[in-house]
Structures are given as structure tokens and as C-alpha cells.
Design a protein around this ligand. Structure first.
Ligand code: UDP
Length: 454
């Protein structure tokens, strides 16, 4: 079969966000290793570094974004960016794709388009050019399955939630709790409905849905995804198990983390990162700083420039606090996260529970402290703390005492040891899934053959 894939080209089109570019380029590597040629169409904003991927062809299209819209650097206001870019990029994308199809020779046929579920126009464009389209979902399947019902859940009257009901499960969306809902919907409310509707419709018209997930993590949700979207489903595993995400980093990684970790004891360091999009207030930033300092545990803390509202970087920290932080820890602007999590010195991860970060932590067997910022992170963190029981949930309390308590519990106490043991079991299961003969490994083969037959 593999020989037949030579001569077939797949076109990929990631959303221009770090958490979407990483999986798309990892998928590109997975497909390339199975014999497909790869072209990546991308926007000017957050363009991936072509020189890090010499085996692929990169084509840039205009996104019509102004400097004001991209002033936050690689971490934009996600919803407003998505709305703008879904309008601006349609016509340049159509032109680019049409050109590619005209150029495609019989010796190297374009077999399909694979793009992010957040693009709303690609299904129509692909259909008009007679090109099959597959959808890459960068969320947990359980979360994507809720897209059709989120508008209904919003109108059920669960919000505002009373104290007595805060911990109740959302009946339509377990294990999400009612207190999580306001951060799922954020300030968008009903404005989300047309977006959700369009994503569901275009996914249902596609030729297949790819998840970076596996049966070992969510077998039932994958079956339900198949029932909801009525297209073939491919759960091909945590992508970074096959190819690292670091070559697609939009930020400069501070490599000095690794020798610093080399000087720390095994499983002694808590790694802290809230990903590429979440922002916090200055007060929250200072609470985290004091909590880490008071825990007396070594830490490696990623403070993304601009992620503390109103500050450039770490200037809200007083000189005294900087001194006390430097005794035990290291603060960087961006880390080679996968390498950090795989380091023997890392014993815990205080995370916002983006799906990439959650999977990377599971694959390296690192237990978590959950501080989700919104959207799918609210659900991922519930799975981590309530279902898999491989982490401690801060329940949104960004308070120095709570942070100190959680860090100590995870790193030093009995409860932390139990969490670590459960994490080891889950890590081993997921590892089996991506090995030869495992469910994810087989799913890659099925996907490759599916593309061949499109
Ligand atoms: N990441 C990184 N260095 C950092 C922080 C994050 O390389 O200092 C990577 C991380 O490994 C993951 C991605 O950025 O692959 C973040 O994706 P995720 O889905 O976790 O969160 P998002 O940034 O989309 O909120």
C-alpha cells in the first residue's frame, strides 16, 4: 500500500494558533512517514517556520489582518481573530487551492485537504473544487461532541449558578460541573451559536474526522462522535508520541531550562505554564508567585510576555519576591515543553489543561495541578481530576495558600504518590496504543488507506 501513496499529495491548512499549528504539523509528519507528499497552506499571521520542515512545501496566503489585530503577538484574542480570519482568508484560500489543483500532475495527484475544525469556509471551497476534505479536531472528542448541544445547554438556566448547585454535574455534559459553564461560554453567549452550528454542519459534510486522542482515553466518546457526525472517525493517538511539537514553535524556546533541570533532583521540579493564549491579572500573577515561593519546591515557570495583563513580562514582581523566587526556581518566556515534561527532574505540571498540554503530560507520566482558563480546558481538567484522578483541581482559586497547598500535596504527600501511581497506569495504556499493533497505530493505517481511496 505504501508505494501507492507515493505520488499522492495531501494539503493541510492549520488555524494560526500555537495549539492548532503543532498538531497539524505533527499530522503532516505522520502522513509523510506513510508515503504522502505534503503541502501546507498557511496565513501570514503566525506563519509556521518553513525552514524547520524542509520536507514539506509551504504556501502563504493573505489573511487581511491589520497590525492592530495582531498586536498581541502570537497570542491573539482568539474569538475575534477566528471571526475575522474566517472572512478574510476565504478568497485567497480558494485561489491558492484552485491553482494547486490546476498544477497537480497525474504523477502527483492531490488526494485531499485536511484542515482545522475551526475553519468555516473550507468545506464549501473544497466541494466546489471537487476535493475531499477531512477535519482535524484539536479538542478532546468529548468536548467536540458537545458542539451541537452547547446552545441548548446555554439556555437551560444553569447560569448563574448558586453555591448549592455549583458542584452538580451538567446532566447533558458530564463530567463538566455547573460552575464550569460560565468559563466555557465566556463573554460570547449566543454569539457562539452560528459558529458552533457551522462547525457541526461542515464536519458532517466532510470525508472524515481525525482526533488527536485514542480509545484508551475516550472510547465511548469516539463512538458517540461517529454517531453525531456520521463520518469515519480516526483517533490516531497523541501526535507528539510520533513527532515532537517543538519544531513548530512560534515563540523562541529558552533552551537554558534543560541544563538547569539537569542540576535538580529526580521528580523534584514543578513545571508551570498556562499555554499560548491564557492571560492572567497582575493580582493572580503575584498569588502564583507567592504560592510557588512559599511551597519551597523547585519550579520552572513559563511567563509568556504579555500574558500578565497590563505588564510586559515579570515587572510586577518586587525585588524581594524575585530574590526569593530565584532561590528555588527559574522563570522563562517560553520553554521546549515536551522536552521539559520528559525530563527526569519534573515531578508535576501546573497547567491550564489545553488539550496538547494535557496529552503531553499524560504521555510523560507527569501528574497535574489544574488551572483551566476557559472553553475545552474546563472539561479536560475535569477528566484529569475527577475521572482519571491524575491531578489536583484548583477550582479557579488563584490564591497563594491554595497553590502552596496543592504543590506540596502533589510533590510531597501521600495523596500525590497515589496520583502518580494512577498516572503511571494511564501513561502505560496510552503508550501501548501508539505502539505497533495498538489502537492508535492501527488507526493511522486506516486513515492512510482511507486517503488513498478518496
Ligand atoms: N508550549 C511550548 N512551550 C511553552 C508552553 C507551551 O512549547 O512554554 C506548547 C505545548 O507543548 C503545546 C502548545 O504549546 O504543544 C500549547 O497547546 P495547548 O493545547 O496545551 O494550549 P493552548 O496554547 O492552545 O491554549
Amino acid at each position: 500500500m505504501e508505494e501507492k501513496r507515493n505520488g499522492l499529495r495531501v494539503i493541510l491548512f492549520p488555524l494560526p494558533l500555537q495549539g492548532c499549528i503543532n498538531p497539524m504539523l505533527q499530522l503532516a509528519n505522520i502522513l509523510h512517514s506513510r508515503g504522502f507528499s505534503i503541502t501546507v497552506i498557511h496565513t501570514r499571521f503566525n506563519a509556521p517556520k518553513a525552514s524547520s520542515h524542509p520536507l514539506f512545501t509551504f504556501l502563504q496566503i493573505s489573511d487581511g489582518l491589520s497590525e492592530t489585530q495582531t498586536k498581541d503577538g502570537p497570542s491573539p484574542n482568539v474569538m475575534s481573530l477566528l471571526a475575522q480570519i474566517n472572512v478574510n482568508a476565504e478568497s485567497p484560500f480558494r485561489d491558492c487551492l484552485r491553482e494547486l489543483l490546476l498544477e497537480s500532475k497525474e504523477s502527483e495527484r492531490v488526494s485531499c485537504l485536511i484542515d482545522d475544525c475551526g475553519w468555516l469556509f473550507t468545506q464549501t471551497v473544497a466541494e466546489s473544487l471537487n476535493l475531499p476534505r477531512l477535519v482535524l479536531c484539536t479538542f478532546k472528542a468529548t468536548f467536540f461532541n458537545a458542539y451541537p448541544s452547547l446552545p441548548l445547554i446555554r439556555t437551560k438556566g444553569y447560569l448563574p449558578v448558586s453555591d448549592s448547585e455549583a458542584e452538580d454535574s451538567v446532566p447533558e455534559f458530564p463530567p463538566l460541573q455547573k460552575r464550569d459553564l460560565s468559563k466555557v461560554f465566556g463573554e460570547f453567549g449566543e454569539k457562539l451559536d452560528p459558529f458552533l452550528h457551522a462547525v457541526v454542519e461542515t464536519t458532517m459534510s466532510s470525508s472524515g474526522l481525525i482526533f488527536m486522542s485514542c480509545e484508551e482515553l475516550e472510547k465511548d466518546s469516539l463512538t458517540i462522535a461517529n454517531e453525531i457526525f456520521k463520518v469515519p472517525i480516526f483517533a490516531i493517538g497523541p501526535f507528539h508520541s510520533y513527532f515532537s511539537a517543538s519544531s513548530s514553535s512560534l515563540f523562541t524556546q529558552d533552551e537554558t531550562c534543560i541544563p538547569w533541570l539537569g542540576n535538580q533532583k529526580d521528580k523534584s521540579v514543578i513545571y508551570v505554564s498556562l499555554g499560548s493564549v491564557v492571560n492572567i491579572t497582575e493580582t493572580e500573577f503575584l498569588e502564583i508567585a507567592c504560592g510557588l515561593s512559599n511551597s519551597k519546591q523547585p519550579f520552572l515557570w513559563v511567563v509568556r510576555p504579555g500574558s500578565v495583563l497590563g505588564a510586559k513580562w515579570t515587572e510586577p514582581l518586587s525585588e524581594g519576591l524575585v530574590r526569593s523566587l530565584e532561590e528555588k526556581g527559574k522563570i522563562v518566556k517560553w520553554a521546549p515543553q515536551q522536552e521539559v515534561l520528559a525530563h527526569r527532574a519534573i515531578g508535576g505540571f501546573l497547567t491550564h489543561n489545553g488539550w496538547n498540554s494535557t496529552l503531553e503530560s499524560i504521555c510523560e507520566g507527569v501528574p497535574m495541578i489544574c488551572l483551566p482558563g476557559g472553553w475545552d480546558q474546563m472539561l479536560n481538567s475535569r477528566f484529569v481530576s475527577d475521572i482519571w484522578k491524575i491531578g489536583i483541581h484548583l477550582e479557579g482559586r488563584i490564591d497563594k495558600k491554595e497553590i502552596e497547598k496543592a504543590v506540596r500535596m502533589l510533590m510531597e504527600e501521600n495523596e500525590g504518590e497515589k496520583i502518580r501511581e494512577r498516572m503511571k497506569v494511564l501513561k502505560d495504556e496510552v503508550e501501548k496504543s501508539v505502539k505497533h499493533g495498538g489502537s492508535s497505530f492501527q488507526s493511522i493505517e486506516t486513515l492512510a488507506n482511507h486517503i488513498l481511496l478518496l
